[in-house]
Write a protein that binds this ligand. Structure first.
Ligand code: VG1
Ligand code: CO
Length: 589
């Protein structure tokens, strides 16, 4: 096996963001772009003492344009780095949570356990030669590389002078399970992409109980895989395990462009009211979440996933469950899920996620954590048997989530779109054991939750493609103004505190600064500004708005209406229109 050393030069801008490196696909296809990054990862791993030589490495992606080409390149570079075995999902496909499951649970079959894996995905960003591509590295715990490692990787990309590749190796057929021995001491194993994830989910949930729910005449569902990677998983679980009616799985064929511009989602495999157009209409809502006329009653349950299937959207018949509420409901009902039978040990949310989960944690009397946006911070908590949980065994039953349609538990170290849907189905199964009683649906469960805890009205405004310098100036100006604004009253609402969120990781002692500007009001409302770390062009400003109403208040209003006055205060404080020239958000979710 001949190793070729190729001379290269650093390429600017290869800094991983909230979730790996994302760029235009054509940039990734450019000379050495992917190779420089992959070599920088290998070099960082070696300097961290990871046994790359002789190791097993997993490589797969969400099936977007350039997925298979990138896999073939990485296989050849892995061989050159001394990796002895590469694992690949069939079709080069693995969802983000499935990759985490594979790294954590796949039988090493006498070989070395995996050192980690490359996930080729730009998540919900559109795919195609003129759209976006991405790559991220997950470590041996199955979770995203911590900042310490991504910083090292980035540093390597700024000094790289050469990369190594076994360019003489043949391309590997990825379409069917097989073991390909490509050279002495180097093999590629292709395995069914759904195998490990489905097996793990069967340990977390009681599939038999969920199947009984599907057997009810008054239960029906629709699941939109949005032509992302979830299709094979959805079919294996909903048709294969639960016997769902034909037509329950829509857009279940992974496509390189997620259906492209002419599809109902315009190629945005992003499960929200704006982009999951087909599902939302089938469930009887418009993109504002308001009920519409439907020719026949909508299914009782609806859900969708994003391109790499780590996100989820939960709906009932003519009802949208916000991701923050979904997290709080799952935490409150965790005892319905076999994995959590012994009791939840802790829960967590990202800072901008609504505070609905805090109320549940308080009532359950379990530790609760507020971490910065992005999944890597949750993983640290789950993995610590020590600092954050002094008297805990290493197994920590844990549930966490984000407002951005991400929810998950400690079975993997990524958010897991399928897990969230199964969690809901398990809760519904537990509440619908008597077939003679009318079906308790998503709306019933959520409204009962509000009646008990009150409702955290919530919405997020996104301003996409804003001039980066203008966005940064706006943020800096707001930080400077913050101390002066505390105690002032705007439109009848008093700012009680304001700060820039900073996270002190109790597990590894690391500090993450600049994680979002917060304004809290005396009535418990708040708004938060932060800049996205996953965008490819310009900057995306995210404005998160939240207003709490106690159980005695009006719980049946439309969230977008309730938070609008707060949005106006946020625009006044931030001077967003003046700084960016933008008068309307691009998307409200
Ligand atoms: C966004 C979301 C964040 C999520 C991240 C990755 O990040 O806000 O909650 O963890 O995407 O999700 P940002 O920095 O753009 O706000 V995924 O499904 O795109 O991997
Ligand atoms: Co995603």
């Amino acid at each position: 096996m001949e190793v070729t050393t190729v001379v290269t030069k650093p390429i600017a801008g290869q800094k991983p963001g909230t979730s790996g490196l994302r760029q235009k696909t054509r940039t990734f296809m450019g000379e050495s772009y992917l190779q420089n990054f992959v070599q920088s990862v290998f070099d960082a791993l070696v300097s961290e003492g990871v046994a790359v030589k002789g190791g097993t490495l997993c490589v797969s992606g969400d099936g977007r344009y350039f997925n298979s080409t990138a896999i073939q390149i990485i296989i050849k570079m892995a061989a050159a780095a001394g990796v002895t075995r590469v694992w690949c999902g069939t079709g080069g496909l693995l969802s983000t949570p499935a990759m985490s499951a594979v790294i954590r649970t796949r039988d090493p079959a006498g070989g070395a356990a995996p050192i980690g894996g490359f996930i080729l995905s730009a998540s919900h960003n559109p795919g195609g030669i003129d759209e976006d591509f991405g790559i991220k590295y997950n470590g041996e715990n199955g979770g995203p590389a911590p900042e310490k490692l991504t910083d090292k990787i980035y540093k390597n990309t700024t000094t790289i002078a050469e990369y190594k590749i076994c360019s003489g190796l043949p391309d590997v057929a990825l379409d069917a399970p097989a073991k390909h021995k490509l050279a002495d001491g180097f093999e590629v194993v292709v395995f069914p992409c759904v195998e490990d994830h489905v097996a793990l989910l069967k340990k977390v949930f009681d599939f038999g109980a969920i199947k009984k729910l599907f057997e009810r005449k008054d239960f029906s569902m629709i699941y939109d895989s949005m032509n992302g990677v979830q299709g094979p998983y959805a079919k294996a679980i909903f048709y294969g395990e639960f016997g769902a009616a034909p037509g329950s799985c829509i857009n279940a064929e992974p496509k390189e462009d997620f259906g492209g511009h002419d599809s109902p989602s315009h190629g945005h495999a992003d499960p929200n009211l704006t982009h999951a157009v087909e599902l939302v209409a089938a469930m009887g809502l418009n993109k504002m979440g308001l009920p519409i006329e439907t020719p026949k009653p909508p299914p009782s349950f609806g859900a969708a996933a994003d391109g790499d299937a780590d996100r989820n959207m939960i709906m009932g018949s003519k009802f949208f469950c916000s991701p923050s509420d979904s997290l709080a409901v799952i935490v409150a009902n965790a005892q319905c899920i076999p994995w959590y039978k012994g009791g939840l040990k802790a829960c967590a949310r990202s800072m901008p996620t609504s505070m609905a989960t805090d109320l549940v944690a308080k009532k359950l009397g379990i530790p609760f954590f507020e971490v910065p946006t992005g999944w890597k911070f949750f993983g640290n908590l789950m993995d610590s048997g020590s600092a954050a949980f002094p008297n805990s065994p290493s197994y920590i039953p844990f549930i966490c989530g984000e407002e951005s349609f991400g929810t998950g538990g400690d079975h993997v170290r990524e958010k897991d779109g399928m897990w969230a849907v199964l969690a809901w189905l398990q809760i519904l199964a537990a509440k619908n054991t008597d077939p003679s009683k009318p079906l308790v649906g998503v709306a019933d469960v959520v409204m009962a939750h509000w009646a008990e805890y009150g409702r955290n009205y919530y919405a997020r405004y996104d301003y996409d493609g804003v001039d980066k310098a203008a966005a940064e100036k706006m943020m800096a100006a707001m930080v400077a103004e913050q101390p002066k604004l505390i105690g002032t009253t705007i439109n009848g609402m008093t700012i009680s505190s304001a700060d820039m969120f900073e996270y002190n990781d109790s597990v590894d002692g690391s500090i993450s600064k600049n994680q979002g500007i917060r304004f809290m009001f005396s009535d418990g409302s708040r708004f938060v500004f932060r800049l996205s770390g996953t965008g490819v062009v310009g900057a995306t400003i995210r404005l998160y708005l939240e207003k709490y109403t106690p159980p005695t208040g009006d719980l049946s209003l439309h969230a977008f209406d309730v938070i609008k006055p707060l949005g106006e205060i946020a625009l006044q404080v931030s001077k967003l229109v003046e700084f960016t020239g933008r008068t309307e958000p691009s998307v409200i979710t």
